[in-house]
Design a protein around this ligand. Structure first.
Ligand SMILES: NC(=O)c1ccc[n+]([C@@H]2O[C@H](COP(=O)([O-])OP(=O)(O)OC[C@H]3O[C@@H](n4cnc5c(N)ncnc54)[C@H](OP(=O)(O)O)[C@@H]3O)[C@@H](O)[C@H]2O)c1
Length: 315
């Protein structure tokens, strides 16, 4: 039976600091709202300043008069490793702690295109969040050493990661990462696989650093009516017309955000020791396929090394 969990179960987050990437719309917007509602200071990391400020004003309106939310903005573009690293550095200039990092921003099924660093733009769902997270790791570890800390890193993946198994994932070169000859949905699957591989590797990093109270998880939000259809509409214009009928069949953003809100805040994550877990809505532990399980760690290490090398060159 699918269990029920809702935002009323989120504990008090007063004094905690959170980052949500891509929080200006979709399930990220709801994630910002609910974390701020519970008292966290929330940083919205978004690529378009005007969209971010419009969203922050709307959030303030929705939360008033009960809450005067603390919502901040830092510019962040997944397509640029330098932008992601700089966003992390700017955050660390402003804050002494980071309790919750929700790596949520993403695109799906866009036509093949290279970003400014020569990385295919869907692959940037993975590489951009690598650059952000790895730059923030020292602060995450410092926060985990603080009294009463509950550090969480949540990578928003997708059940679609399984489409990567129809390719031959090879993260030893940028060509392998870009996968020019794959279909756009296979490339999306690969990017969502890298979100899970990052989860595994960050969790290992915490454990090897002797940190047992910091949790890194990946989640699938469900199939949710959001602006994620912008990519498919570009790849298959006919779909834009058909998808107008779809929202009624899909989860609302409020429902879709629950999975990441659970992973970011629920005490059950610690009680059940959900390290490097992959969760389906809501809080359901899902087994990973062999690529994502990555038992010998090779795929994850290759992805990590490639991103590090790209960062050396581009960031
Ligand atoms: N919706 C679903 O059914 C579904 C299912 C499985 C997984 N997911 C995952 O859920 C996450 C959130 O998606 P959503 O459904 O809420 O989609 P959405 O409404 O399109 O929101 C995506 C967010 O990511 C941001 N973003 C996209 N490209 C970016 C870039 N280059 N730099 C910085 N931010 C960027 C967008 O910013 P702009 O507004 O500026 O474009 C937006 O804030 C994604 O990672 C997606 O893969 C969604």
């Amino acid at each position: 039976m699918v269990r029920t969990w809702d935002v009323s179960s989120i504990p008090d987050l007063t004094g905690r600091v959170a980052i949500v990437t891509g929080g200006n719309t979709g399930i990220g917007y709801i994630t910002v709202r609910e974390l701020a509602w519970k008292g966290a200071r929330v940083y919205m990391l978004s690529r378009t300043e005007a969209r971010a400020f419009t969203a922050i004003e709307k959030l303030k309106g929705e939360l008033a008069p009960d809450v005067q939310p603390e919502i901040e903005y830092i510019n962040f573009d997944l397509l640029s490793l330098r932008s992601c690293k700089q966003a992390a550095e700017e955050f660390m200039r402003r804050e002494q702690r980071l309790d919750i990092l929700v790596n949520n921003a993403g695109i799906m099924a866009t036509p093949y295109e290279l970003g400014p660093d020569g990385i295919e733009i869907q692959a940037c769902n993975g590489t951009g969040h690598f650059a952000l997270t790895v730059t923030l790791l020292p602060l995450l570890k410092e926060t985990a050493a603080m009294p009463d800390s509950h550090v969480r890193v949540v990578n928003v993946s997708s059940s679609g990661y399984a489409m990567a198994s129809t390719t031959k994932p090879d993260f030893t070169s940028i060509e392998g990462l870009n996968q020019k000859t794959c279909s756009t949905m296979q490339r999306y699957g690969l990017s969502k696989l890298t979100n899970i591989l990052l989860t595994n590797e960050v969790q290992k990093h915490f454990i090897e650093s002797g940190i047992t109270n910091a949790y890194c998880l990946s989640i699938h939000p469900g199939i949710v009516a959001t602006e994620l259809t912008r990519g498919p509409s570009q790849s298959w214009p006919l779909l834009a017309t058909l998808s107008k009928a779809a929202p009624r069949l899909l989860k609302t953003p409020e429902q879709g955000a629950l999975s990441q809100l659970y992973a970011a805040t629920s005490p059950e994550v610690e009680e059940k020791d959900l390290k490097a877990a992959f969760l389906f809505p809501v809080g359901q532990l899902k087994s990973k396929n062999s690529l994502a399980e990555d038992k010998d760690g090779k795929l994850g290490r290759d992805f990590w090394s490639l991103c590090e090398a790209l960062m050396q060159e581009k960031a």
